[in-house]
Write a protein that binds this ligand. Structure first.
Ligand code: FAD
Length: 497
């Protein structure tokens, strides 16, 4: 089935809005009677909402799941085109992400994982292009360069962050780390600038922007260090945990398992294409009003809506000032992710950075399509932001500019297909994964996590561990379902476990 979301472009068909996805839900609703009072309404069917709805339903609660889109998965979903999966959002998973891996094992999907990289044949090199230099190097040299640069950036305490962020799930466990949240990535680069070679500086800046999707000035250095700590304080961990393993058949196959299991419990009602407009907390329960005017009642609500679009939902009573301020600030990630299918077969083993002048600054060979072409996944962000669908020739130029034609028989690359989702223009996301500007977390992490009366707020954006990852969404959905089940056990006079 085809979702409204996403775009594809081919020379034959031109630009098309909407791409096929296994995540599309049909029929859009299974609600039989609007008069039912649910135990809990879950708003948002990303991994957080799916986990919360599934867990609550499995634990015996009567659950209603409301979602603005026509599909599950939120910021993680795949489009299967000719049997090949293009990841529109969240992609990479790893066994070091404990919540995600628990679910992969639960659904016996451990054999459905494959590696993005394949350095076996073809060009087997890394390209670094800046306005002042164009170099190719082996992947071993690429790793050495990146490791050197990232080690310099993160070595704030002589042990690469281990002392300053010893327990990353407790964000500010060591008070000495608090000042790092007032620093931007640019501030930290300024501190170490004299130790960086031009190559190190270029790959470091491109890597930081690949993580944050913002600018160097809007990237919290503390949050970067948090990611680094989660990755085991090493470049190898960074590579392994962030960008190596993915689902062969795409994220939507994974999200489906959560949804299908919840539906099979027969305690899940759902309605897609149902954006929530207003949440009223009457003390004894909540009343949810959808944009189309429909009203739903429940004892509790779980809002699994991301930070950057939470402001579109109104609350009665209004949200407390701290939460409102966090929503007003928002996160800074405006990543642009573009898949390109290239007829150049040798590029499967290619990786590259073209920075800072190109709209897409980082890319890797990510697969081989059924046509035998190379699939390259390319990333840009706020640094030189584009809306890929607005100007396809420019988007194609941004892809081509990652490659120096001289290295490829003077021909450059041949683009057969583009696939992408514009996360910045998406009314239900307004950005990609969460990445905070300086001071957002120290001032508002607790505000973002706090419940408001009968409404529990859960989202990957304010998870404690893999905040901004799929794992963080599952962490948060698990927390929210348990919190609500405990509430309802108490209300109904059942023992509180
Ligand atoms: P979401 O997935 O955003 O779910 C929220 C849901 O709420 C959405 O379905 C939305 O439509 C719905 N909603 C919003 N407003 C309303 C409303 N008013 N009414 C009803 N419904 C509403 N993570 C990784 O682990 N690995 C990666 O490789 C990775 N890469 C990424 C690449 C990109 C381009 C992006 C965008 C994200 C990536 N992430 C990655 C992050 C990961 O996708 C997210 O952190 C995670 O999917 C968030 O899940 P969530 O359920 O917390 O939020």
């Amino acid at each position: 089935m085809t979702s409204r979301d996403g775009y594809s472009w081919t020379p034959q068909d031109g630009l098309k809005a909407g791409v096929p996805s296994l995540g599309v839900v049909s029929p859009l609703s299974n609600i039989v009677s609007p008069e039912v009072e649910y135990d809990v309404v879950v708003i948002g069917a990303g991994y957080c909402g799916l986990t919360a709805a599934r867990n609550a339903a499995l634990e015996g609660l009567k659950v209603l799941l409301l979602e603005g889109r026509d599909r599950i998965g939120g910021r993680s979903w795949s489009s299967n085109i000719d049997g090949y999966a293009f990841e529109m959002g969240g992609t990479w998973v790893h066994w070091g992400q404990a919540n995600t891996w628990r679910e992969i094992l639960r659904y016996q999907m451990e054999k459905d994982i494959e590696m993005s990289f394949d350095f076996e044949k073809g060009v087997k090199h890394f390209e670094l292009n800046t306005p002042d230099m164009g170099v190719t190097m082996t992947h071993q040299e690429e790793d050495q360069l990146l490791a050197e640069a990232l080690n310099k950036f993160t070595n704030v305490d002589g042990v690469y962050g281990r002392k300053i962020i010893p327990l990353p799930h407790t964000t500010f466990h060591n008070p000495a780390s608090i000042p790092l949240d007032s620093l931007s990535a640019q501030d930290r680069i300024n501190e170490i600038a004299c130790t960086l070679s031009p190559r190190e500086r270029a790959v470091l800046e491109a890597s930081i922007l690949l993580a944050s999707g913002g600018t160097l000035e809007t990237t919290s250095f503390h949050e970067f260090m948090h990611w680094w700590a989660m990755c085991g304080y090493s470049y190898q961990g960074w590579l392994d945990l962030l960008i190596t393993w993915k689902f062969r058949a795409g994220q939507s196959t994974f999200a489906r398992r959560f949804f299908d299991e919840a539906v099979a419990s027969k305690r899940l009602a759902y309605s897609f294409d149902t954006p929530v407009q207003h949440i009223k907390d009457a003390g004894s329960g909540v009343e949810i009003t959808a944009r189309d005017g429909r009203r739903f009642r429940a004892l509790r609500a779980i809002s699994a809506v991301p930070l950057n679009v939470l402001g579109a939902v109104t609350f009665d009573p209004p949200l407390p000032p701290g939460k409102q301020q966090a929503i007003g600030i928002g996160h800074v990630n405006q990543t642009v992710k573009v898949h390109a299918e290239l007829s150049n077969k040798d590029l499967r083993s290619w990786t590259g950075i073209t920075y800072p002048h190109n709209e897409l600054h980082y890319a890797i060979g990510d697969g081989t399509t059924p046509a035998g072409n190379t699939h390259v996944v390319c990333f840009g962000g706020q640094n030189k932001h584009i809306n890929p669908e607005a100007d396809i020739p420019r988007t194609k130029r941004a892809v081509s500019s990652l490659f120096t034609p001289a290295h490829y028989d003077g021909q450059g690359v041949q683009i057969e297909r583009l696939v992408f989702h514009n996360w910045s223009k998406d009314e239900f996301a307004k950005g990609a994964w969460f990445f905070p500007p300086p001071k957002l977390l120290i001032n508002h992490l607790e505000d973002m996590r706090a419940r408001h009366g009968n409404v529990v707020f859960a989202n990957s954006d304010w998870a404690l561990g893999w905040r901004s990852f799929i794992d963080g969404a599952i962490e948060e959905g698990t927390r929210a379902a348990l919190e609500v089940r405990r509430d309802i056990d108490k209300l109904k006079g059942r023992g509180n476990l």
